[in-house]
Design a binder for this molecule. Structure first.
Ligand SMILES: [Zn+2]
Length: 143
């Protein structure tokens, strides 16, 4: 029986019918951060609150990863099965820029300013047979 568990805790709501990215917001200056931080990078306050950043954003910049990243990148991929993928920064409502893997892997599928949606996808399977889930973005549907 395989379970779907987050690759890292606290990055997105899971399990959820409509997962949301999680970040933190400073109680003093309202600066939002992803991933969530206990301290505010902007004003140094130690008062931050976990907030949902949403599941839609705008592609701010992107590139295509054409070779296998070095360790500690751990997926089920090998140099033989590796396929290029997009990496980008997605600007969420409120202005937080989130670095994320993109489902698109070809430059003609990606355009700065395009609407993106959050997808929770399997990253690898651990030794207990659990599917480790991570987040990525793809072109938003139905906008
Ligand atoms: Zn602050």
């Amino acid at each position: 029986m395989s379970n779907q568990v987050p690759l890292h805790e606290g990055l997105f709501t899971w399990p959820a019918a409509k997962p949301q990215l999680l970040g933190s917001r400073c109680n003093q200056c309202a600066e939002a951060t992803f991933p969530a931080q206990p301290d505010c990078r902007s004003c140094g306050s130690r008062q931050t609150t976990i907030v949902e950043l949403g599941d839609r954003g705008i592609l701010w910049t992107w590139t295509i990863q054409t070779f296998m990243p070095k360790q500690p990148y751990r997926s089920d991929e090998t140099p033989e099965t590796f396929r290029p993928y997009g990496v980008g920064y997605v600007e969420m409502p409120g202005g937080v820029r989130v670095e994320a893997r993109l489902q698109a892997n070809s430059p003609d599928q990606l355009q700065i300013g395009m609407p993106m949606q959050l997808d929770i996808i399997p990253f690898r399977t651990d030794k207990n047979g659990n599917q480790k889930m991570t987040f990525s973005f793809s072109a938003a549907q139905g906008v």
